[in-house]
Write a protein that binds this ligand. Structure first.
Ligand code: SF4
Length: 351
């Protein structure tokens, strides 16, 4: 099956064409966590995800990028129903994921898988790697019992591991090898869609590149779709067709990878991009260090959620009172009142 080259253009989110072509369509997803208050008083909810919408097409990688605590992992876990949504809709292959009962959800999970940042925590240390990979094949009755060892061997080979490793235990492997085992385990049930939740964040740079190449190859051969969650634009530019940038539970900019990286329109995207090492030593780009911390998601600022840290020269009172909506602007969609004149990384760094 052919893959879509990273950086290719996709229809605008929410358009009729996009909804028709989507494998996954997420609408107005909200996930709030209720935390306990002091002295019997209810604490305000933690607004981890606050109205997120996006589409993922067959064979596409959508990257969800932002600082830790921005809600991106909550999006991934909620659309898989590893945690329940507060409200919203997720249609996968036309099926409303949030309305499924347990049996139907279990059947759907075969098509929607997840790879974690720390595969060790999701592997049973007392189970051999072969048994861990075989588990999903057995649960979903995907092969006669006598064929399962051959399936496990083929999966290990597909992810670049020796089939003989099936007899070993998770603690006998390096971080990169364990991530490959996690990928083999996800592939065992023949999914169409995988949430990759910071899958390379804990790996060395050289191993990161190998795992990203593996994910790209698998996408090409199997026609997989990925929701790739990361905090680093440098990682996702290698693998993503489109990038959605999250800040305080909301998407603040979304666009095709090449377009968003070459002409970011939201100041937060500009700041993230300024932290990406420039491959061309002749090109100058100054790092933008945002002031202050990420505001608390239980007490987000009024108006533009980014206004407490924004460096845009046009920032004014309107930013403190009026929430900017996502709108098309020069090839991406961005939620900034003054996106037309957002300073670019080199200008902003010099400012
Ligand atoms: S709306 Fe205002 S505060 Fe928000 S990103 Fe744009 S300029 Fe900055």
């Amino acid at each position: 099956m052919s893959s879509i080259p990273p950086g290719s253009r996709f229809p605008v989110p929410g358009s009729a064409q996009n909804q028709r072509d989507s494998l996954l369509s997420v609408r107005d997803l909200i996930k709030h966590y209720q935390s306990g208050g002091l002295f019997g008083r209810a604490a305000p909810p933690v607004r981890a995800v606050d109205g997120v919408s996006f589409e993922v097409a067959p064979g596409e990688t959508l990257a969800l990028v932002g600082e830790s605590g921005c809600g991106k992992s909550s999006v991934g876990r909620t659309i898989l129903r590893l945690q329940e949504p507060t409200s919203g809709q997720a249609l996968f292959e036309g099926v409303d994921v949030f309305s499924l009962d347990r049996a139907a959800l279990r059947a759907l999970r075969r098509r929607m898988q997840i790879i974690f940042q720390d595969p060790y925590s999701s592997l049973n240390p007392r189970m051999t790697v072969g048994s861990a990979i075989a588990e999903g094949i057995e649960i979903h009755h995907l092969a006669p019992r006598q064929e399962i060892p051959a399936r496990v061997s083929a999966l290990l080979e597909e992810v670049g591991l020796d089939p003989a490793y099936a007899r070993r235990y998770p603690h006998e492997f390096s971080g990169g090898q364990r991530q490959r085992i996690g990928i083999a385990r996800a592939l065992a049930v023949q999914p169409a869609f995988i949430v990759c939740d910071e899958p390379v964040s804990a790996l060395d740079v050289s191993v990161q590149a190998q795992v990203l190449n593996l994910l790209s190859d698998l996408q090409q051969h199997r026609g997989l779709s990925y929701l790739f969650i990361a905090h680093d634009l440098a990682v996702v530019r290698q693998i993503a067709h489109r990038i959605a940038v999250m800040y305080l539970g909301r998407i603040v900019e979304e666009g095709a990878t090449g377009q968003l990286l070459s002409n970011p329109r939201h100041p937060y995207t500009v700041a993230l991009l300024s932290a990406v090492p420039e491959p061309d030593p002749g090109a100058r780009r100054s790092r933008i260090v945002l002031g202050g911390d990420l505001p608390s998601p239980s007490n987000p600022p009024p108006g533009c959620p980014f206004h407490t840290r924004c460096f845009h020269p046009l920032k004014n009172e309107r930013c403190r009172t009026e929430v900017p909506l996502l709108r098309p602007i020069q090839g991406t969609v961005a939620a900034c009142h003054y996106a037309e004149s957002t300073p670019q990384p080199e200008q902003a760094g010099a400012a």
